[in-house]
Design a protein around this ligand. Structure first.
Ligand code: UDP
Length: 455
Protein backbone atom coordinates (compact mmCIF):
# COMPACT_ATOMS: atom_id res chain seq x y z
CA UNK A 1 0.00 0.00 0.00
CA UNK A 2 1.31 3.48 -0.83
CA UNK A 3 0.49 6.14 1.72
CA UNK A 4 0.60 9.55 0.15
CA UNK A 5 1.61 12.06 2.76
CA UNK A 6 -0.35 15.29 2.38
CA UNK A 7 2.17 17.55 4.11
CA UNK A 8 3.74 19.82 1.45
CA UNK A 9 7.19 18.55 0.56
CA UNK A 10 10.10 20.89 -0.19
CA UNK A 11 13.55 19.98 -1.46
CA UNK A 12 16.34 22.21 -0.11
CA UNK A 13 19.87 22.30 -1.58
CA UNK A 14 22.58 24.40 0.07
CA UNK A 15 26.03 25.10 -1.33
CA UNK A 16 28.34 22.77 0.65
CA UNK A 17 29.84 25.22 3.18
CA UNK A 18 28.93 26.19 6.75
CA UNK A 19 27.69 29.70 5.95
CA UNK A 20 25.28 28.27 3.36
CA UNK A 21 24.16 25.10 5.14
CA UNK A 22 23.34 26.90 8.40
CA UNK A 23 20.75 29.43 7.13
CA UNK A 24 19.05 26.88 4.87
CA UNK A 25 18.83 24.43 7.77
CA UNK A 26 17.25 27.20 9.84
CA UNK A 27 14.79 27.95 7.03
CA UNK A 28 14.02 24.21 6.81
CA UNK A 29 13.28 24.16 10.54
CA UNK A 30 10.88 27.10 10.06
CA UNK A 31 9.10 25.18 7.33
CA UNK A 32 8.90 22.01 9.43
CA UNK A 33 7.34 24.04 12.26
CA UNK A 34 4.69 25.15 9.77
CA UNK A 35 3.81 21.65 8.68
CA UNK A 36 6.16 21.13 5.71
CA UNK A 37 8.40 18.12 5.11
CA UNK A 38 11.93 18.73 3.95
CA UNK A 39 14.37 16.72 1.88
CA UNK A 40 17.76 18.35 2.52
CA UNK A 41 20.27 17.54 -0.25
CA UNK A 42 23.95 17.70 0.73
CA UNK A 43 27.28 16.21 -0.26
CA UNK A 44 28.58 13.23 1.67
CA UNK A 45 31.31 15.30 3.30
CA UNK A 46 28.77 17.77 4.68
CA UNK A 47 26.41 14.94 5.67
CA UNK A 48 29.08 13.22 7.76
CA UNK A 49 30.07 16.43 9.48
CA UNK A 50 26.45 17.38 10.20
CA UNK A 51 25.70 14.01 11.73
CA UNK A 52 28.92 14.01 13.72
CA UNK A 53 28.12 17.46 15.10
CA UNK A 54 24.60 16.58 16.24
CA UNK A 55 24.28 16.88 20.02
CA UNK A 56 23.28 13.24 20.41
CA UNK A 57 24.99 11.23 17.72
CA UNK A 58 22.63 9.50 15.32
CA UNK A 59 19.63 11.48 16.58
CA UNK A 60 17.02 11.71 13.87
CA UNK A 61 16.18 15.13 12.51
CA UNK A 62 12.49 15.82 12.94
CA UNK A 63 10.76 16.48 9.63
CA UNK A 64 14.03 16.71 7.70
CA UNK A 65 15.30 13.89 5.55
CA UNK A 66 19.01 14.20 4.72
CA UNK A 67 20.00 12.80 1.32
CA UNK A 68 23.40 12.92 -0.36
CA UNK A 69 24.62 13.89 -3.80
CA UNK A 70 28.13 13.86 -5.36
CA UNK A 71 30.73 16.25 -3.98
CA UNK A 72 31.07 19.63 -5.68
CA UNK A 73 32.82 22.92 -4.93
CA UNK A 74 33.49 26.16 -6.76
CA UNK A 75 37.19 25.52 -7.31
CA UNK A 76 36.45 22.43 -9.38
CA UNK A 77 36.15 24.92 -12.18
CA UNK A 78 39.86 25.77 -11.92
CA UNK A 79 40.34 24.48 -15.42
CA UNK A 80 39.13 27.45 -17.40
CA UNK A 81 38.57 25.33 -20.49
CA UNK A 82 35.87 23.40 -18.75
CA UNK A 83 32.38 24.82 -18.72
CA UNK A 84 30.02 24.51 -15.80
CA UNK A 85 28.15 21.82 -17.69
CA UNK A 86 31.29 19.69 -17.97
CA UNK A 87 32.22 20.00 -14.31
CA UNK A 88 28.74 19.52 -12.96
CA UNK A 89 27.63 17.13 -15.72
CA UNK A 90 26.58 14.35 -13.35
CA UNK A 91 24.79 16.55 -10.83
CA UNK A 92 21.64 17.51 -12.78
CA UNK A 93 20.97 13.86 -13.69
CA UNK A 94 21.63 12.79 -10.10
CA UNK A 95 19.26 15.41 -8.76
CA UNK A 96 16.59 14.51 -11.30
CA UNK A 97 16.81 10.87 -10.25
CA UNK A 98 16.67 11.81 -6.60
CA UNK A 99 13.54 13.90 -7.17
CA UNK A 100 11.87 11.07 -9.08
CA UNK A 101 12.69 8.54 -6.36
CA UNK A 102 11.37 10.91 -3.72
CA UNK A 103 8.18 11.61 -5.60
CA UNK A 104 7.46 7.95 -6.22
CA UNK A 105 7.90 7.03 -2.56
CA UNK A 106 5.39 7.96 0.13
CA UNK A 107 6.89 11.45 0.23
CA UNK A 108 4.58 12.68 -2.51
CA UNK A 109 5.06 15.44 -5.05
CA UNK A 110 7.65 18.10 -4.41
CA UNK A 111 5.99 21.49 -4.02
CA UNK A 112 9.17 23.51 -4.45
CA UNK A 113 12.95 23.31 -4.80
CA UNK A 114 14.82 25.88 -2.72
CA UNK A 115 18.45 26.06 -3.89
CA UNK A 116 21.40 28.24 -3.02
CA UNK A 117 21.67 30.88 -5.73
CA UNK A 118 25.11 29.56 -6.76
CA UNK A 119 23.52 26.26 -7.82
CA UNK A 120 21.97 27.36 -11.11
CA UNK A 121 21.96 23.75 -12.33
CA UNK A 122 19.65 22.69 -9.50
CA UNK A 123 17.11 25.38 -10.31
CA UNK A 124 17.33 24.40 -14.00
CA UNK A 125 16.47 20.79 -13.11
CA UNK A 126 13.45 21.98 -11.12
CA UNK A 127 12.30 24.14 -14.02
CA UNK A 128 12.65 21.26 -16.50
CA UNK A 129 10.66 18.99 -14.21
CA UNK A 130 7.88 21.54 -13.78
CA UNK A 131 8.62 22.09 -10.08
CA UNK A 132 8.34 25.55 -8.55
CA UNK A 133 11.64 27.04 -7.51
CA UNK A 134 13.07 29.54 -5.06
CA UNK A 135 16.62 30.79 -5.06
CA UNK A 136 18.24 31.50 -1.68
CA UNK A 137 20.75 34.31 -1.27
CA UNK A 138 23.29 33.64 1.49
CA UNK A 139 24.70 37.18 1.41
CA UNK A 140 23.38 40.70 2.12
CA UNK A 141 20.71 42.13 -0.18
CA UNK A 142 23.21 44.97 -0.61
CA UNK A 143 25.73 42.58 -2.13
CA UNK A 144 23.03 41.27 -4.42
CA UNK A 145 22.09 44.82 -5.43
CA UNK A 146 25.73 45.40 -6.25
CA UNK A 147 26.19 42.30 -8.40
CA UNK A 148 22.82 42.72 -10.16
CA UNK A 149 24.29 45.92 -11.56
CA UNK A 150 27.42 44.31 -13.02
CA UNK A 151 26.24 45.13 -16.57
CA UNK A 152 26.44 48.82 -15.60
CA UNK A 153 30.01 48.33 -14.38
CA UNK A 154 30.89 46.80 -17.75
CA UNK A 155 29.05 49.53 -19.68
CA UNK A 156 30.85 52.28 -17.80
CA UNK A 157 34.23 50.61 -18.40
CA UNK A 158 35.08 49.90 -14.74
CA UNK A 159 35.46 46.18 -15.49
CA UNK A 160 35.52 44.08 -18.65
CA UNK A 161 33.22 41.17 -19.47
CA UNK A 162 35.38 38.77 -17.44
CA UNK A 163 35.28 40.95 -14.36
CA UNK A 164 38.84 42.23 -14.78
CA UNK A 165 39.26 45.73 -13.37
CA UNK A 166 39.95 48.34 -16.05
CA UNK A 167 39.81 51.47 -13.92
CA UNK A 168 42.00 50.84 -10.89
CA UNK A 169 41.34 52.65 -7.61
CA UNK A 170 37.72 53.32 -8.62
CA UNK A 171 34.96 53.38 -6.00
CA UNK A 172 31.41 52.47 -6.92
CA UNK A 173 28.30 53.58 -5.05
CA UNK A 174 24.75 52.49 -5.92
CA UNK A 175 23.00 54.32 -3.11
CA UNK A 176 24.12 56.81 -0.45
CA UNK A 177 22.40 54.55 2.10
CA UNK A 178 24.56 51.56 1.27
CA UNK A 179 28.32 51.05 1.47
CA UNK A 180 30.35 52.02 -1.57
CA UNK A 181 32.91 49.52 -2.86
CA UNK A 182 36.47 49.97 -4.08
CA UNK A 183 37.34 47.88 -7.14
CA UNK A 184 39.86 45.93 -5.03
CA UNK A 185 36.97 44.96 -2.75
CA UNK A 186 34.67 43.64 -5.47
CA UNK A 187 33.83 40.17 -4.22
CA UNK A 188 35.69 38.30 -6.98
CA UNK A 189 38.81 40.42 -6.47
CA UNK A 190 39.30 39.45 -2.83
CA UNK A 191 38.78 35.71 -2.45
CA UNK A 192 41.98 35.15 -0.40
CA UNK A 193 43.26 32.60 -2.93
CA UNK A 194 40.36 30.24 -2.19
CA UNK A 195 38.81 30.68 -5.63
CA UNK A 196 40.27 32.55 -8.61
CA UNK A 197 38.72 35.93 -9.56
CA UNK A 198 37.60 34.47 -12.93
CA UNK A 199 35.73 31.58 -11.33
CA UNK A 200 34.19 33.78 -8.69
CA UNK A 201 33.07 36.32 -11.27
CA UNK A 202 31.47 33.58 -13.38
CA UNK A 203 29.78 32.19 -10.26
CA UNK A 204 28.33 35.61 -9.50
CA UNK A 205 27.06 35.98 -13.08
CA UNK A 206 25.49 32.48 -12.99
CA UNK A 207 23.91 33.23 -9.61
CA UNK A 208 22.38 36.41 -11.05
CA UNK A 209 20.88 34.41 -13.89
CA UNK A 210 19.49 31.73 -11.61
CA UNK A 211 17.98 34.29 -9.24
CA UNK A 212 16.36 36.09 -12.13
CA UNK A 213 14.70 32.91 -13.39
CA UNK A 214 13.44 31.76 -9.98
CA UNK A 215 9.87 32.43 -8.88
CA UNK A 216 11.01 33.63 -5.46
CA UNK A 217 14.37 34.98 -4.31
CA UNK A 218 14.60 34.49 -0.57
CA UNK A 219 17.18 36.31 1.50
CA UNK A 220 18.32 36.29 5.09
CA UNK A 221 17.75 39.95 5.84
CA UNK A 222 14.86 42.20 6.82
CA UNK A 223 13.30 45.25 5.21
CA UNK A 224 14.23 47.64 7.99
CA UNK A 225 17.90 46.58 7.87
CA UNK A 226 18.51 47.05 4.15
CA UNK A 227 15.82 49.35 2.74
CA UNK A 228 18.06 50.93 0.09
CA UNK A 229 19.28 47.58 -1.29
CA UNK A 230 15.80 46.09 -1.31
CA UNK A 231 14.52 49.14 -3.19
CA UNK A 232 17.22 48.59 -5.82
CA UNK A 233 16.46 44.88 -6.30
CA UNK A 234 12.72 44.54 -6.25
CA UNK A 235 12.35 40.78 -6.58
CA UNK A 236 14.05 39.88 -3.29
CA UNK A 237 11.90 38.47 -0.51
CA UNK A 238 13.54 39.22 2.86
CA UNK A 239 12.58 36.57 5.44
CA UNK A 240 15.32 37.04 8.02
CA UNK A 241 16.87 37.06 10.44
CA UNK A 242 16.90 33.26 10.18
CA UNK A 243 17.78 32.12 13.69
CA UNK A 244 18.28 28.70 15.28
CA UNK A 245 15.52 26.82 16.92
CA UNK A 246 17.82 23.87 17.62
CA UNK A 247 21.47 22.84 17.30
CA UNK A 248 21.22 21.30 13.84
CA UNK A 249 23.33 22.69 10.99
CA UNK A 250 26.79 22.82 12.57
CA UNK A 251 29.75 21.24 10.79
CA UNK A 252 31.69 21.15 14.07
CA UNK A 253 30.32 19.87 17.40
CA UNK A 254 29.41 22.77 19.65
CA UNK A 255 31.35 23.14 22.88
CA UNK A 256 28.57 24.20 25.24
CA UNK A 257 30.90 24.51 28.26
CA UNK A 258 31.38 28.12 27.20
CA UNK A 259 27.76 28.86 28.18
CA UNK A 260 28.31 27.89 31.81
CA UNK A 261 31.59 29.83 31.70
CA UNK A 262 29.65 32.87 30.42
CA UNK A 263 27.18 32.45 33.30
CA UNK A 264 30.04 33.14 35.69
CA UNK A 265 31.11 36.40 34.03
CA UNK A 266 29.82 39.88 34.81
CA UNK A 267 27.13 41.46 32.63
CA UNK A 268 28.54 42.93 29.39
CA UNK A 269 32.12 42.07 30.28
CA UNK A 270 33.16 39.41 27.72
CA UNK A 271 34.73 40.00 24.31
CA UNK A 272 33.51 37.25 21.95
CA UNK A 273 36.02 36.47 19.18
CA UNK A 274 34.99 34.26 16.24
CA UNK A 275 35.76 34.32 12.54
CA UNK A 276 33.28 31.85 11.07
CA UNK A 277 34.25 28.65 9.29
CA UNK A 278 36.82 29.69 6.65
CA UNK A 279 38.85 32.77 7.62
CA UNK A 280 42.33 32.03 8.99
CA UNK A 281 45.34 34.07 10.13
CA UNK A 282 49.03 33.81 9.41
CA UNK A 283 51.15 33.14 12.49
CA UNK A 284 52.25 36.74 12.94
CA UNK A 285 48.71 38.11 12.82
CA UNK A 286 47.50 35.32 15.07
CA UNK A 287 50.14 36.23 17.67
CA UNK A 288 49.07 39.89 17.59
CA UNK A 289 45.45 38.87 18.12
CA UNK A 290 46.36 36.66 21.09
CA UNK A 291 48.60 39.33 22.63
CA UNK A 292 45.98 42.02 21.95
CA UNK A 293 43.37 40.06 23.89
CA UNK A 294 45.84 39.54 26.72
CA UNK A 295 46.70 43.26 26.73
CA UNK A 296 43.02 44.19 26.87
CA UNK A 297 42.78 42.46 30.24
CA UNK A 298 39.07 41.63 29.93
CA UNK A 299 37.41 38.23 29.88
CA UNK A 300 37.29 36.80 26.36
CA UNK A 301 35.73 33.81 24.62
CA UNK A 302 37.68 32.84 21.50
CA UNK A 303 36.63 30.29 18.87
CA UNK A 304 39.80 28.72 17.51
CA UNK A 305 39.28 25.95 14.92
CA UNK A 306 42.82 24.61 15.32
CA UNK A 307 42.50 21.01 14.23
CA UNK A 308 39.68 21.45 11.86
CA UNK A 309 40.48 23.55 8.83
CA UNK A 310 38.26 22.29 6.02
CA UNK A 311 40.85 23.25 3.41
CA UNK A 312 43.85 21.52 5.02
CA UNK A 313 45.68 24.84 5.50
CA UNK A 314 48.44 25.10 8.10
CA UNK A 315 47.23 25.82 11.58
CA UNK A 316 48.62 28.47 13.92
CA UNK A 317 49.89 28.02 17.47
CA UNK A 318 49.46 30.23 20.53
CA UNK A 319 52.39 32.40 21.64
CA UNK A 320 54.61 30.77 24.31
CA UNK A 321 52.89 30.59 27.67
CA UNK A 322 49.78 32.44 26.39
CA UNK A 323 47.22 29.86 27.46
CA UNK A 324 48.63 29.66 31.00
CA UNK A 325 48.78 33.43 31.34
CA UNK A 326 45.16 33.95 30.23
CA UNK A 327 43.69 30.88 31.91
CA UNK A 328 41.90 33.08 34.47
CA UNK A 329 40.26 35.40 31.97
CA UNK A 330 40.05 33.58 28.68
CA UNK A 331 38.05 30.64 27.40
CA UNK A 332 39.05 29.03 24.09
CA UNK A 333 36.74 26.60 22.28
CA UNK A 334 36.85 24.86 18.90
CA UNK A 335 33.24 25.74 18.02
CA UNK A 336 30.67 27.70 20.02
CA UNK A 337 26.87 27.74 20.02
CA UNK A 338 27.25 31.19 18.50
CA UNK A 339 23.68 32.40 18.55
CA UNK A 340 23.31 31.49 22.24
CA UNK A 341 26.66 33.08 23.01
CA UNK A 342 25.70 36.34 21.30
CA UNK A 343 22.40 36.36 23.21
CA UNK A 344 24.15 35.90 26.56
CA UNK A 345 23.99 38.96 28.87
CA UNK A 346 27.70 38.74 29.70
CA UNK A 347 28.73 39.45 26.07
CA UNK A 348 30.08 42.98 25.62
CA UNK A 349 31.12 42.92 21.95
CA UNK A 350 31.78 40.64 18.99
CA UNK A 351 35.16 40.58 17.21
CA UNK A 352 34.09 39.18 13.85
CA UNK A 353 35.11 38.51 10.25
CA UNK A 354 31.70 39.96 9.22
CA UNK A 355 30.41 36.85 7.43
CA UNK A 356 26.77 37.54 6.60
CA UNK A 357 25.35 34.98 9.05
CA UNK A 358 27.51 36.27 11.90
CA UNK A 359 26.52 39.82 10.99
CA UNK A 360 22.80 39.03 11.02
CA UNK A 361 23.16 37.11 14.30
CA UNK A 362 25.10 39.94 15.98
CA UNK A 363 22.53 42.47 14.75
CA UNK A 364 19.67 40.32 16.05
CA UNK A 365 21.25 40.07 19.51
CA UNK A 366 22.10 43.79 19.73
CA UNK A 367 25.84 43.22 20.14
CA UNK A 368 28.37 45.93 19.13
CA UNK A 369 30.91 44.71 16.55
CA UNK A 370 34.64 45.03 16.15
CA UNK A 371 35.03 44.35 12.43
CA UNK A 372 37.86 42.29 10.99
CA UNK A 373 36.67 41.31 7.49
CA UNK A 374 38.90 38.87 5.60
CA UNK A 375 37.53 38.32 2.11
CA UNK A 376 34.60 38.29 -0.34
CA UNK A 377 31.39 39.98 0.86
CA UNK A 378 32.80 40.41 4.38
CA UNK A 379 34.33 43.78 3.43
CA UNK A 380 30.96 45.10 2.30
CA UNK A 381 29.28 43.76 5.46
CA UNK A 382 31.98 45.41 7.58
CA UNK A 383 31.20 48.79 5.98
CA UNK A 384 27.49 48.24 6.58
CA UNK A 385 28.26 47.69 10.29
CA UNK A 386 30.62 50.63 10.77
CA UNK A 387 29.30 53.27 8.34
CA UNK A 388 25.65 52.55 7.52
CA UNK A 389 24.20 51.10 10.72
CA UNK A 390 26.92 52.50 13.01
CA UNK A 391 26.88 49.50 15.30
CA UNK A 392 30.61 48.81 15.31
CA UNK A 393 34.14 49.94 14.62
CA UNK A 394 36.75 48.73 12.14
CA UNK A 395 40.33 47.70 12.87
CA UNK A 396 43.05 49.41 10.85
CA UNK A 397 46.18 47.53 9.77
CA UNK A 398 49.66 49.07 10.13
CA UNK A 399 51.99 49.68 7.18
CA UNK A 400 52.88 45.95 7.12
CA UNK A 401 49.21 45.04 6.80
CA UNK A 402 49.09 43.73 10.37
CA UNK A 403 46.42 44.64 12.91
CA UNK A 404 48.56 45.21 15.97
CA UNK A 405 47.85 44.24 19.57
CA UNK A 406 47.71 47.94 20.45
CA UNK A 407 45.11 48.60 17.75
CA UNK A 408 43.04 45.69 19.10
CA UNK A 409 43.21 47.09 22.62
CA UNK A 410 42.55 50.69 21.55
CA UNK A 411 39.55 49.91 19.34
CA UNK A 412 38.04 47.44 21.80
CA UNK A 413 38.13 50.04 24.54
CA UNK A 414 36.74 52.73 22.25
CA UNK A 415 33.91 50.39 21.20
CA UNK A 416 33.05 49.37 24.74
CA UNK A 417 32.94 52.99 25.86
CA UNK A 418 30.65 54.12 23.07
CA UNK A 419 27.12 54.62 24.38
CA UNK A 420 26.02 55.68 20.89
CA UNK A 421 27.08 52.42 19.25
CA UNK A 422 25.43 50.40 21.95
CA UNK A 423 22.21 52.34 21.59
CA UNK A 424 22.24 51.88 17.81
CA UNK A 425 22.85 48.14 18.27
CA UNK A 426 19.89 47.83 20.63
CA UNK A 427 17.65 49.71 18.19
CA UNK A 428 18.62 47.34 15.38
CA UNK A 429 17.98 44.36 17.63
CA UNK A 430 14.49 45.66 18.33
CA UNK A 431 13.82 46.05 14.60
CA UNK A 432 15.15 42.56 13.89
CA UNK A 433 12.95 40.96 16.52
CA UNK A 434 9.94 42.94 15.31
CA UNK A 435 10.47 41.79 11.74
CA UNK A 436 10.26 38.11 12.70
CA UNK A 437 7.57 38.66 15.34
CA UNK A 438 3.84 38.34 14.70
CA UNK A 439 2.84 40.69 11.88
CA UNK A 440 6.48 41.76 11.28
CA UNK A 441 7.79 42.39 7.76
CA UNK A 442 9.79 39.15 7.45
CA UNK A 443 7.04 37.06 9.05
CA UNK A 444 4.54 38.39 6.56
CA UNK A 445 6.91 37.69 3.66
CA UNK A 446 7.50 34.13 4.84
CA UNK A 447 3.78 33.49 5.29
CA UNK A 448 3.13 34.89 1.82
CA UNK A 449 5.73 32.55 0.33
CA UNK A 450 4.32 29.55 2.17
CA UNK A 451 0.73 30.39 1.20
CA UNK A 452 1.79 30.60 -2.44
CA UNK A 453 3.58 27.25 -2.11
CA UNK A 454 0.48 25.59 -0.75
CA UNK A 455 -1.68 26.70 -3.67
N1 UDP B 1 29.25 29.57 13.98
C1 UDP B 1 28.93 28.81 15.10
N2 UDP B 1 29.90 28.63 16.03
C2 UDP B 1 31.15 29.15 15.91
C3 UDP B 1 31.45 29.92 14.78
C4 UDP B 1 30.47 30.12 13.84
O1 UDP B 1 27.81 28.31 15.24
O2 UDP B 1 31.95 28.91 16.81
C5 UDP B 1 28.19 29.76 12.96
C6 UDP B 1 27.70 31.18 12.96
O3 UDP B 1 26.70 31.31 13.96
C7 UDP B 1 27.21 31.34 11.54
C8 UDP B 1 28.09 30.41 10.74
O4 UDP B 1 28.70 29.53 11.67
O5 UDP B 1 25.86 30.95 11.46
C9 UDP B 1 29.19 31.10 9.97
O6 UDP B 1 28.65 31.79 8.90
P1 UDP B 1 29.22 33.20 8.45
O7 UDP B 1 28.42 33.63 7.27
O8 UDP B 1 29.23 34.13 9.59
O9 UDP B 1 30.72 32.93 8.09
P2 UDP B 1 31.47 31.87 7.11
O10 UDP B 1 31.73 30.67 7.93
O11 UDP B 1 30.55 31.61 5.95
O12 UDP B 1 32.71 32.59 6.74
Amino acid sequence: MTIINDQPHVLVIPYPAQGHVMPLMRLSNCLVERGFRITFVITEFIHDRLINALPEKGKELVGINLVTISEFTLDERKDQNKSDDAVYSNLPAELEKLIKVNESSDSGKIACVIADETLAWALDVAKRMGIRRASFIPVAAGVKAFVYHIPKLIESGVIDENGTTKIKEETVMWSPNMPSLKTAHFMWNCMAGLVSPEIMFQTVIDANKSSKSAEWVLCNTFEELEPAALALVRNLLPIGPLLSTNQVGNLWPEDSTCLSWLDQQATRSVVYVAFGSIAIFNQRQFDELALGLELLGRPFLWVFRSQSDLFGRPTTTFPDGFQDRVAQIGKIVAWAPQQKVLAHPSIACFVTHCGWNSTVEGVSMGVPFLCWPHFADQLFDGDYITDTWRVGLGLNPDEDGIISKDEIKRKSNQLLQSAEIRENALKLKEMAMKSVGKGGSSSKNLELFLEELKT
